[in-house]
Design a protein around this ligand. Structure first.
Ligand SMILES: C[C@@H](C(=O)O)C(=O)SCCNC(=O)CCNC(=O)[C@H](O)C(C)(C)COP(=O)(O)OP(=O)(O)OC[C@H]1O[C@@H](n2cnc3c(N)ncnc32)[C@H](O)[C@@H]1OP(=O)(O)O
Ligand SMILES: [Co+2]
Length: 134
């Protein structure tokens, strides 16, 4: 079912500082910051040759990354995103296998304009997984 690695996401307390580290210290190609109000985060994408890094800063009072940043005040790896061909088929397959889909379980439109779902870390070795339809 799994396709390519689409991105690794890093939660950060300060987007300007984090983007500067990737752009100026590491010399990477860094996108503009884009607010994603449906997801409660602002995103910046770092474009690598073979994948992307998604920097996440909380947006709003009920951002899903606030509790993570409370536990990890300097930031840290928040999720990995794998590509799938059919998000509804993937969702149903994950449910059949007993995995927990977070939130309502209905796909939302993600940062790339494609539907995404999240799989709870308790079922996946402590790693939050995003599936994105490509
Ligand atoms: C724009 C879009 C895109 O790329 O297209 C995005 O990525 S949006 C990216 C932001 N959106 C999301 O993350 C949406 C999906 N995430 C969620 O629904 C939530 O963050 C949950 C993963 C369900 C966690 O919820 P919440 O923070 O309320 O729970 P909590 O603090 O009580 O934590 C419950 C348990 O999960 C663990 N936990 C929490 N966040 C975790 C993470 N990122 N990675 C690994 N484990 C994590 C906690 O340590 C705790 O473990 P113990 O029980 O062992 O103490
Ligand atoms: Co993501």
């Amino acid at each position: 079912m799994l396709g390519r690695l689409n991105h690794v996401a890093i939660a950060v307390p300060n987007m300007e500082e984090a983007a500067a580290v990737y752009r100026d210290t590491l010399g990477a190609k860094v996108s503009e910051a884009v607010p994603q109000p449906d997801h409660g985060v602002t995103t910046v994408f770092v474009e690598l040759e073979n994948t992307k890094i998604e920097l996440l800063e909380p947006l709003g009072d009920d951002s899903p990354i606030l509790s993570y940043l409370k536990k990890n005040p300097k930031g840290g790896i928040h999720h990995v995103c794998y590509e799938v061909e059919d998000i509804m088929a993937a969702r149903d397959q994950m449910r059949e296998k007993g995995a927990t889909i977070t939130g309502t379980g209905e796909p939302k439109i993600g940062a790339h304009g494609k539907p995404v779902i999240f799989l709870h870390p308790k079922d996946f070795n402590g790693t939050l997984i995003e599936l994105e339809q490509v």
